[in-house]
Write a protein that binds this ligand. Sequence first.
Ligand SMILES: [Mg+2]
Ligand SMILES: [Zn+2]
Length: 187
Amino acid sequence: MKRAVFLDRDGTINEDTGYIGSPERLRLIDGTVVDAVKKINEAGMMVVIISNQSGVGRGYFTTEAVETVNNRLRNILGKGGAKIDAFYYCPHHPDEGCQCRKPRTGLVSRASKELGIDLSSSYVIGDKVSDIEMAYKSGAKAVLVLTGYGTEHKDLLKRSPDFIAKKLSEAVDWIIKDIKKAAGSKQ
Ligand SMILES: [Mg+2]
Ligand SMILES: [Zn+2]
């Protein structure tokens, strides 16, 4: 079984400019994002994007548009030597009551089955309450980043995340330390 870092997309990797339906609107939060993803790769963990894209269900854009944006993100990171192993997204409108919209765990469960990921030794990084709740429901550890909606959502959390990071790079550094600590305490 593999270990993964499940990453939210908008507000965690790239600026959350609201319903991103075209690749021109994709802007990384800052220059440290590429190295942060690369560090996850080098630590031997999978990088899996878990994203709510209700812009599809709301009729703002198509699933093809989501995939174009995702491909653009994969290319930008790839140029810097960072790899995304898989993308999963929920295209539904919040009113549809699907099982895949975060905070529900449908997408991580699917990723776990399809990619052979052990959720209990995995991590979720995101900027919203829904990311943190999905982490806890799925048995993974949760890291809130203060980019995107993070600063606002920090005060809305019912349960504290395992760590609060200023941004993705700090979240990844904490995860790598946390894994080493856990490995050390088993010896
Ligand atoms: Mg987000
Ligand atoms: Zn869904």
